[in-house]
Design a binder for this molecule. Structure first.
Ligand SMILES: C[S@@+](CC[C@H](N)C(=O)[O-])C[C@H]1O[C@@H](n2cnc3c(N)ncnc32)[C@H](O)[C@@H]1O
Length: 265
């Protein structure tokens, strides 16, 4: 960015395109200094950063639900050759692009794209970041299926809000029709559905327990390598269970090959 841009000019623009969810340090100007979670997400990142490779030289990264780009910028700092952040909210994309310009990393790219449309990217990435989005989605398993099917090339850094016990019940291969005890156990994989609001936020739809998160990751073809640390997991793509019985994903995420072609059904 132009080195003559002063802190007060940055502060004015930060105000104009706020409010911010990510507290970024833009050349000395904080974007969300009064965040209810403290210095967020820098404080959180410090608690799980060790899960990630320290050196991402030459790697490609897709940051899904990137918000103002905190994790995108961190991956660029670790040497990633290409970083693409996507988010479904124009305001956050504007913030991320402004931050990239201000930080002088204009090659970190940001696009307005929904998780449900990742198939349109037509590209797999060495590292997919999928942090803090799952519980905001009405269709969380679909999102994980789409990531696995279309964009995950190797690693995925994943976080969701969880509630419930830390223990994880062993999941049996099969259960008899009449057996009910496992459904009553608090550490059986489960996910609470939020009909109205949670934490005063109507965009929260699901709150899984730890067993539920880990089961969903396995069921969508992700092996857990490390974690959880502060609800964060590092995963690697693995075989999708039951894939031999047919495709799990039934969603027209493929772009038409030709402008006149009907999207796939
Ligand atoms: C709680 S914030 C998490 C931001 C960031 N990933 C982090 O961990 O700090 C959730 C983000 O997901 C984005 N989001 C919600 N639904 C989305 C969707 N369908 N596709 C892409 N992004 C979405 C929101 O706009 C928001 O920026």
């Amino acid at each position: 960015m132009d080195s003559t841009v002063t802190a007060s000019q940055i502060a004015r623009d930060v105000d104009r395109i706020g409010p911010w969810f990510h507290n970024l340090d833009l050349n000395g100007v904080q974007t969300a200094p009064a965040h209810f979670l403290g210095d967020y997400p820098a404080d959180k990142f410090a608690r799980f950063a060790h899960l990630l490779p320290a050196d991402l030289t030459g790697k490609t990264v897709l940051d899904i639900g990137c918000n103002a780009g905190f994790y995108s910028f961190e991956m660029r700092r670790r040497g990633a050759a290409r970083v693409l952040g996507i988010d479904a909210d124009d305001r956050y994309i504007e913030q991320a692009r402004f931050a990239a310009r201000t930080l002088g990393v204009a090659d970190v790219e940001f696009r307005n794209l929904s998780i449900y449309d990742v198939g349109a990217l037509g590209e797999r990435f060495d590292l997919v970041i999928f942090m803090g989005v799952l519980y905001h989605l009405r269709h969380p398993m679909l999102a994980l299926d789409l990531i696995r099917e279309h964009v995950a090339g190797d690693l995925m850094l994943f976080q969701t809000l969880t509630r419930g016990p830390d223990s994880v019940a062993e999941v049996a291969e099969d259960y008899d029709f009449a057996e009910d005890a496992h459904f009553q156990a608090p550490d059986h994989p489960r996910m609470a559905f939020i009909e109205r609001k949670w934490a005063h936020d109507w965009t929260n739809w699901w709150v899984p327990n730890r067993a539920g998160v880990e089961a969903m990751l396995r069921a969508t073809g992700f092996a857990i390598l490390r974690g959880p640390a502060d609800e964060v997991y590092l995963c690697r793509t693995a075989a999708v269970p039951f894939a031999e019985y047919g495709p799990a994903v039934v969603y027209p995420a493929r772009p038409p090959a030709h402008p006149d072609e009907e999207p796939a059904r």
